[in-house]
Design a protein around this ligand. Sequence first.
Ligand code: HEM
Length: 501
Amino acid sequence: MSYVYGAIAIVWLALLSWGIYKLVVGYILPPSHFPKNIPTIPFYFTLIPLFKDVDQEALWHKYMKKPLTEYGAVKIYFGGAWNVLVTRPAFINQVFKQDDIFPKAGNHVKNPQSILALYTGENVISTINDQWRTFASIVKPGLQADVDTSIIVKNAQKLVDLLLEEQKQKGSVVMPKPLQDYTLANLSEALLGASFNTLGNTNAPMSTLQSAIKPKIFNPFYLNFPFLDHFKIPSREQARRLVIEFKAKLSDIVLSGHQHKHPEGMDSNHLGCRLVTAYETGIINRYHFQQNCLSMFLAGHENPQILLLSMMRMLAEHQDLQKQLREQILALPEEDRMNPHVLAEIPLLTATIYETLRLYPPISQLLNRRTEQDVMLGENILLKKGTYLGYNGYTTNRDTEFWGADSHEFRPSRWGSNSEDIQMLFRKASSKSTFISFHGGRRTCLGIKFAMMGARVSMAMFLTKLEWKLDPSWPRRMTPAGPLMPRMLKLQFTSLESEKA
Ligand code: HEM
């Protein structure tokens, strides 16, 4: 009998050892074919926010700054896989230029069963080759056309009123939600032609659904162990249903808002019209219509929201700059103050936007590529075929060789003092991949024009109507994980109009 117990014990021990071995080899250590000549960020790094209330900027300083600055690339566990995170501008340049060797391979490729993949799916940002060309040909003319800026002006005025109302009631304003509602209103009304009705409406479905989904999608536990989405865990099934409901609701709003107001169809420059026509004429199917609406929804409001959050924080911390910008905008004839073309000629405003984007890129890190073949990154980092990799703009944009020893400081004047110099530096830094906030190369952001216009008009409105400073109780902390931004930024506003009265 004791032989039987002994044998069972041995089998159990063997299974346990095999399990531990698989865990160590499969998760805790990078795969053996990963390059040995770059450092490894400890496995537990991305799990820290699960156990501790952290500030990811502080984490970057502690764990990432040194290896990334010295080597320009590290091995890091994220999203259920080991990846190579690339930051040295020369390496990034190679990745962006050799798009065919380092093609995008987002969530739908990496973890197709995950709820994150169900959410983001195949769209103009995530796909490659012919599929990307089809999607880009639909959205590009819509994103690069001139939009009706009076919509942004109207929404910005409404936001100012809401901020002042909240200031009056609560003595300060927690900024992420009002800015989310504002950027959603701009995107839906100016680009999609279908109002999400978010501004001043606490029950707007797109906003409440999005707020319910976000914590589920970006739950660090499932982000790091997406294989768990193979199992029918009740809370994850609920998240799955929410995502399906959200996508259906979004595409219904885009469809119903359109109603053939632009009969030119695919000859129209209206983004909403182009998406709807492409679906109705069979250029894309329902799934791709939904996913492209969703990609516009996410890229079109989240990035502008984060940019405004970071910029309002910067101007709260640099009162002299806030004052200078206000004076320059107020010096314009009243009818020009919200004109994006006139605002584009205020060098300090453009430099402030670029400097904020440089230090705080809204997409601070993205691991969404995979090598198509064995390739040498730089001169001596061998990446085998099938290696996941990505970039970290927060690090790259602070490259001291290009930006100088003060690259971590907020100094808009580094961009130059006239529009020509500023644009020249923008082009140079983009082409050398030392400023990658809008990505670069063939897959550069298609929404730059809309984003810059929105940032200029929004800031012009805020600066002419409001003065603001940090609420002294705000603890100056950044988000613990996900997009890097000031966490629950709290500001105090004064109305410039009531001051005048
Ligand atoms: C401050 C604002 C913005 C920033 C910093 C930003 C940044 C980026 C970045 C880094 C990428 C590359 C993503 C990747 O590696 O996969 C990207 C791609 C893209 N963005 Fe933006 N974005 C902004 C605003 C917008 C807006 C407002 C829209 C549209 C409404 C938009 C539409 C797109 C599209 C369509 C792509 C895919 C381009 C392609 O792969 O061909 N973006 N953006």
